[in-house]
Design a protein around this ligand. Structure first.
Ligand code: 13P
Length: 252
């Protein structure tokens, strides 16, 4: 049995005081209302990491970053390395989010390097993949997602890939209020699982969590999380409200 994971991706939202208040509310609601063994992660903007990491200590909640550099150190103004994240005791990092692929031109080759840097510093990558609307309409979504997974992850050994979390996020469902149907989510998660079985064997593939992301809300989370290959969610907009986020956590 894979443990369910619900990760919030705050993206570029909240001031410092708002971030602290939201974290306090999430911690309070989680400790009062969540008894299931679900892993809860808040992926927050870089500047808040050293503030929020101690705030969640001794709680059920972990902190994650939303990106890291493909380099270890050096003259890369504005960048943040995996070693820096590790030095702040940050356990998770989102890599390959579609917004970074689209706006910052992140490619499969670059993401393979970022995955390597994260793993070299014992960070757990939450690796995102997913197709845009035009690809879905062309019917080539399965091969595109398989290609994204292969390019960024298939250089890893079976032992190393067992450490990562995959998130399938169809771009057409992100921030649009348009969720994939349970059938669409399960079908793509099964495609990814099958691809992992083909490369790494059944035991490794069955242990890798695959999260769904794209307009996950309290009223659709239960159904999505009940799919056999959906192991929880990566939540954007709804993670900015403690009540909604924890209601989603309770569906896992
Ligand atoms: P929304 O939940 O706002 O659609 O965002 C999903 C997402 O991009 C999480 O990484």
């Amino acid at each position: 049995m894979r443990t369910k994971i619900v990760a919030g991706n705050w993206k570029m939202n909240k001031t410092l005081s708002e971030a602290q208040a939201l974290t306090t509310q999430v911690l309070g609601l989680c400790s009062a209302e969540v008894s299931a063994p679900v892993k809860v992660i808040l992926c927050v903007p870089y500047p808040y990491l050293p503030v929020l990491t101690p705030q969640v200590k001794h709680s059920k909640v972990d902190i994650g970053a939303q990106n890291c550099s493909e380099h270890d150190a050096g003259a890369y103004t504005g960048e943040v390395s995996a070693a820096m994240l590790k030095s702040m005791n940050v356990p998770y990092v989102i890599l390959g989010h579609s917004e970074r692929r689209q706006y910052f031109h992140e490619t499969g080759k670059l993401l393979a390097a970022k995955v390597d840097r994260a793993l070299a510093h014992q960070l757990i990558p939450i690796f995102c993949c997913g197709e845009s609307l035009d690809i879905r309409e062309k019917g080539t979504h399965e091969s595109l997602v398989r290609q994204q997974v292969e390019e960024a992850l298939f250089h890893l050994s079976a032992e190393v890939i067992s450490k990562i979390v995959v998130a399938y996020e169809p771009v057409w469902a992100i921030g649009t209020g348009k969720t994939a149907t349970t059938q669409q989510a399960q079908d793509m998660h099964a495609v990814i699982r099958k691809q992992l079985v083909g490369k790494y064997g059944d035991a490794v593939a069955q242990a890798i969590p695959i999260l769904y992301g794209g307009s996950v809300k309290p009223d659709n989370a239960k159904e999505l999380f009940s799919c056999p290959d959906v192991d929880g969610g990566l939540v954007g907009g709804a993670s900015l409200k403690a009540r909604d986020f924890v209601d989603i956590v309770k569906c896992a």
